[in-house]
Each structure stands twice: as C-alpha cells, then as structure tokens.
Write a protein that binds this ligand. Structure first.
Ligand code: SAM
Length: 244
C-alpha cells in the first residue's frame, strides 16, 4: 500500500502519491515509488520541493471533509483532559471527517467510531488510510444510539461525542465506560451543552465540568504586542466527566 506524502515549498503544499507524475506551474515532478520523508525532489525545471510525512495537524487540512472536523487545539484538550494514551479503547461518535478519531489513534488508542451517514463513513475509512491508522480505527456505519445495548459489553476507557444527540449516549455512559473512564463531549451551542451537563449529572457521572474552548492569537509588530483584532477564536464547548 502506498502512503501519500506532502511536497512542500515556501507557502505551497501538495499531497502526492509515491509513483505519481505531478505537474505545477513550477514544472513536472516524478515522485519515486520509494520516496522517503526528508528527501528533496526537483521538477524538470529545477525547482526543489521537500518531502514530508503527514503529521496530526496536516490531517485536519488534507482529510476529505464531510462533518465539520474538530480543530487540532480542541483535540489536544480532549487528549489532555481524558489522558488518552497507548492501549486505551475509545468509543467515538459521530465520526464525521474523522479527524478526532484519527488523532486519538495516533495517540495510541484503538478507536471504535460510529457514523450514521454511510457515505460519510466510507470517506472516513479512506481518511483513516491517509492518516495511517486504518488498523487502529474501526469505522462503523450506523447510529450509535441504536447499538448502545451491544456496546455495553465492550467497555471503553474514554467516550468522545460530537453529535446533536450526545445526551442520549451520555445517559448510557456509566455502562459503557470502565471505572475511572472519561467522557468528553464537544458541543457547538450553549443550549446543547446544558442538555449534555444535565444528562451527565442525571447519569451519576462525577467531576462534570464544561469549558468554552477559545484562544486569542497574538500579534507582534514594531509598534508593540497585543491580542489579534481578528475574530475571537471561539470554537465550542467541551464537557468532561468521569465514571466513578
Ligand atoms: C461534527 S461531525 C463530527 C466531526 C468529528 N469529530 C471530526 O473531528 O471529524 C458530526 C457527525 O456525527 C454524525 N452523527 C450525528 N449523530 C449521530 C449518531 N447518533 N450516530 C452516529 N453518527 C452521528 C453526523 O452524521 C456527522 O457526520
């Protein structure tokens, strides 16, 4: 199986397959079958491109998009707050583009992820191949709420949810998670976040906390340093709770 690589030059970045003939306005470039990250390749006009393997944030930019993917910084919060690491089993819904599922797998977890749209699920499977995590991520086409009974027998270390019906799954969290396991729910609106918090409390989960995920970019120029006046860096609300 060939693993695509990135060709990088200044602000240009192209995703290419080993063995591909690739044309740009800077010339035609033959990508060798055995191309290795770290190499430099030249077009027939002598323009050099560096070869890079895709790292986590590159998946956000190069995965084919379906459902709106979580941004890498929020995924960092999920990993930091839940401690996802090597050997963990994660249940994730919905898959969407699959950026969260792929980065959890790259952190060392085995991920079962549900996507109710079969076409989105198929795209996500291809994205897992691009991310090099197709062995670690089991993309299941279907509605996660329909499988809650059978999932109770699997037991997960972490449950990650990014769906409108997350509260229905949160209700079942105590039966899905191991003792001490974590729930992480990403919600775009305050209203849906309230429902998630209510469901987590009702289910008897502990340490239920919600944080707005927001970051201010800094500008540094000759006049001074201050937060950027570009739009506020709000992305959503992250609710964390623990099964204990
Ligand atoms: C916002 S996207 C998830 C993005 C994903 N976290 C990522 O990082 O790429 C939400 C996805 O959940 C799917 N979905 C919504 N409810 C679902 C359910 N009950 N079971 C399975 N998938 C569901 C939608 O079809 C959509 O593709």
């Amino acid at each position: 199986m060939t693993v695509p690589v990135l060709l990088v030059r200044e602000d240009r970045e192209y995703l290419v397959e080993p063995g591909e003939e690739f044309g740009t306005d800077l010339g035609v470039l033959e990508v060798p079958e055995d191309v290795e990250p770290g190499a430099t390749l030249e077009t027939h006009l002598g323009t050099a491109f560096r070869v890079r393997r895709l790292r986590g944030p590159d998946l956000f930019h190069h995965f084919e998009r379906t459902g709106a993917p979580m941004v890498p910084r929020d995924i960092g919060l999920v990993i930091g707050e839940t401690g996802v690491s090597v050997g963990d089993r994660v249940l994730d819904a919905g898959t969407g583009t699959g950026v969260l599922a792929a980065l959890l797998a790259r952190a060392g977890a085995r991920v079962v992820t549900y996507e109710r749209d079969p076409e989105f699920a198929e795209v996500a499977r291809e994205n897992m191949v691009l991310g090099g995590v197709e062995e670690q991520v089991d993309v299941r086409a279907g509605d996660v709420t329909a499988d809650l009974e059978s999932l109770r027998e699997e037991f997960f270390d972490v449950l990650t949810l990014d769906t409108g019906d997350a509260p229905d799954v949160v209700t079942a969290a105590p039966d899905l998670l191991v003792d001490g396991g974590f729930l992480a729910v990403y919600s775009p609106f305050v209203e849906s976040t309230r429902d998630v918090v209510a469901a987590a409390r009702e289910a008897g989960l502990s340490s239920v906390r919600t944080r707005e995920t927001i970051q201010r970019e800094m500008d540094f120029d000759e006049r001074g340093s201050r937060p950027s006046t570009a739009p506020v860096g709000h992305t959503g609300y992250l609710t964390i709770a623990r099964n204990e």
